[in-house]
Design a protein around this ligand. Structure first.
Ligand code: FES
Length: 309
């Protein structure tokens, strides 16, 4: 049995939600009791959850964890049927099963200067990585952004684990009117000599991030969130194309087991965008059909939600 599946087959108490917060319109934070996963999870990893027997399985990145309390913090946007359903649960209610930790942890080592860049909901997975770099003794410069002020999340938390923090919004309603990647490039041009950078957010933001880090020769990782089904390398749903320099060609990798973090320069963002768009179109059609018949159904992955390139 996978770690964290203890509640899925015995009809026993499942994964209790101990806290619920609305962080921004449509963006929720849950603290969930899951001691086995909390004892092992590392920054950069994710879980797959299922709300009920008939429910679909959705991947969510782990935004925080407390090993002593045995809890995970999950942050998600209500973008489809499952995430909307999840958002209706209240503190004290339970989730049927949570499987994890899945994926490879982000490699974190002591470096002199690191940039942690988060756009939209991507600030959530950036947070534990930032905290770990800081704990390792790195000087951490964070850049976080969103489309507008009301959608910005975790500013206080990111400030607490950063030596410097810069905030942007696409519409200028808070912080600087800019994309996070423009702010990153400005800092690099001002002489910030980043030894490593991580950038997580919507695909267009990560594509821009990869361009900027490649342009200045900075090792930069992005964390991909394609469609996932099993989360264990069996279904192929999360396949992405990565440039393999030693072979001079793109090769397939599974985001759930080989990632979710990859070298930004190597990611074939065109294919990733095309595949995500296919699913988004099908989600939209399904949603429209369901709405027309008085119901609602769609996949619930947080792929393109939020913005700030
Ligand atoms: S989610 Fe099935 S292979 Fe990755």
């Amino acid at each position: 049995m996978a770690v964290g599946c203890e509640g899925s087959d015995g009809g026993q108490p499942m994964f209790k939600i101990s806290e619920k917060q609305v962080l921004a319109p449509g963006t929720m934070l849950f603290v969930v009791h899951a001691p086995m996963i909390a004892s092992k999870v590392q920054p950069g990893q994710f879980i797959v959850l299922r709300i009920c027997e008939e429910g679909e399985r959705i991947p969510l990145t782990v935004a925080d964890f407390d090993r002593e309390a045995g809890t995970l913090t999950l942050i998600f946007q209500e973008v489809g049927k499952t995430t909307r359903l999840l958002g209706t649960l209240e503190a004290g209610e339970e989730i049927l099963d949570l499987v994890g930790p899945l994926g490879k942890p982000t490699h974190i080592e002591r470096l002199n200067l690191v940039a942690c860049v988060g756009g939209g909901i991507g600030v959530a997975p950036v947070y534990p990585i930032t905290r770990e770099f800081k704990a390792k003794g790195c000087r951490v410069v964070s850049i976080i952004g969103s489309r507008s002020k009301d959608l910005l999340i975790l500013e206080k938390e990111m400030t607490a684990v950063s030596d410097e923090i810069y905030v942007t919004t696409d519409d200028g309603s808070y912080g600087k009117k800019a994309f996070v990647t423009q702010e990153l490039e400005r800092l690099i041009q001002e002489g910030y000599n980043f030894e490593f950078a991580i950038g997580i957010g919507p695909v267009p933001m990560m594509r821009s991030f990869a361009k900027v880090t490649s342009k200045y020769g900075i090792p930069g990782k992005v964390s991909l969130n394609p469609i996932m089904v099993d989360g264990t390398g069996m279904c192929g749903g999360c396949r992405v194309q990565l440039w393999e320099p030693t072979k001079g060609q793109y090769e397939a990798r599974f985001s759930c087991v080989d990632g979710p973090a990859f070298d930004g320069y190597a990611v074939d963002f065109r294919t990733l965008t095309r595949r995500n768009r296919q699913y988004l179109d099908s989600e939209r059609r399904t949603r429209e059909a369901a709405a027309a018949s008085g119901g609602e159904t769609s996949h619930g992955h947080n792929r393109e939600a939020g913005d700030s390139r």
